[in-house]
Design a protein around this ligand. Structure first.
Ligand code: PBG
Length: 323
């Protein structure tokens, strides 16, 4: 099929033809909306680097979850900002921890929306790392015990799914085993399987107040240069019992999403992270990009690369535009 016999423009000549041969479509069903919950009442504090996102107390959070549901979005992902932080991150597994309170309240007030709890310690530790510290580094196996406690307390609070995001070795397996033992064998795990040590998390660290106080996360999150290693990481999580596997960030890692989709037979989630969101917002704010078009093109590209689920701060804006 060569020109002039084949002319691809024939099928692009008007909107109806383009619609007919369109290969990828975004659906509201694909979206997950992240939210940040903090202590207190009547708190709705804007996050500077993530316009339109807030740290919210539980009362406001419940209203926002209801609005999210009303837009048809099937799930929210919760991040907690505890009142107090300590060395081990005890706020993460406290019965009355912020995530636990929020989850209980949402389950009580809003029906039929999936509550996914982020399962990590960096928002809860005084040093801002994703686990307990030994010899200036995160102690993997000691951290697993805390993650297990946290998973169980989130399950007890009514979480519909837990999402371990700390990149600890053996994390998914330890959590799966503990959940099964305690009777939560029906609770799925969305594993942050290929999570890169990325600068694109910058705005989130302001939002969740979880920036590391020393060093960085390169000893546990992945090197952006690596692709085969992502496959090894995902393989481990699949073997350990992950139900959904995730690649994070999304836009600079579409090749990883594509490989994951090719090689694994599980739903793939992609996290369109805070920095990806902030770039579009900032450029739009300066009049340099059309915000709606940039947002929809970015989300569509993530889906086209192979993502079945897209976690994005644009979820609600996108849901309003998807017909
Ligand atoms: C916590 C966590 C982070 C993000 C999600 N969970 C930050 C980090 O690893 O430093 C980033 C999300 C975003 O940037 O939108 N482990």
């Amino acid at each position: 099929m060569y020109y002039p016999a084949y002319r691809p423009r024939r099928l692009r000549k008007n909107a109806s033809f383009r619609r007919m041969i369109r290969e990828t479509k975004l659906s509201v069903d694909d979206l997950v909306y992240p939210l940040f919950v903090t202590s207190g009442r009547n708190v709705k504090k804007p996050i500077n680097s993530m316009p339109g996102n807030f740290q919210m107390s539980v009362d406001h959070l419940v209203k926002e979850v209801q609005k999210t549901k009303d837009l048809g979005i099937p799930a929210v992902l919760l991040f907690g900002i505890p009142e107090k932080k300590d060395e081990v991150g005890s706020g993460a597994f406290a019965d009355d921890g912020i995530i636990q309170q929020a989850t209980r309240k949402i389950k009580e007030k809003v029906s039929d929306i999936i509550v996914i709890c982020d399962l990590c310690l960096c928002e809860y530790t005084s040093h801002g790392h994703c686990g307990t510290i030994k010899d200036n580094d995160v102690d993997n196996d000691a951290t697993l015990e805390i993650l297990v406690e946290t998973a169980l307390s989130q399950a007890k609070a009514g979480a519909d799914m837990v999402a371990p995001s700390g990149m600890m070795d053996g994390g998914v397996g330890a959590i799966r085993e503990a959940l099964d033992e305690e009777g939560y064998d029906a609770l799925p795990i969305m594993a942050y399987s290929a999570k890169y040590a990325s600068c694109f998390y910058g705005p989130f660290r302001e939002a969740a107040e979880g920036a590391p106080q020393f060093g960085d996360r390169k000893s546990y999150q992945m090197d952006p240069a690596n692709s085969d290693e992502a496959i090894r990481e995902i393989t481990l999580d699949v073997e350990e019992g992950a139900d959904i596997i995730m690649v994070k960030p999304a836009l600079p890692y579409l090749d990883i999403i594509y490989r994951a989709k090719e090689e694994f037979d599980l739903p793939i989630a992609a996290y369109n992270v805070s920095g990806e969101f902030a770039m579009i917002k900032a450029a739009a704010n300066l009049g340099w990009l059309d915000e709606e078009k940039a947002m929809m093109e970015a989300l569509l590209s993530i889906k086209r690369s192979g993502a079945d689920i897209i976690i994005t701060y644009f979820a609600r804006d996108a849901a309003k535009l998807i017909v």
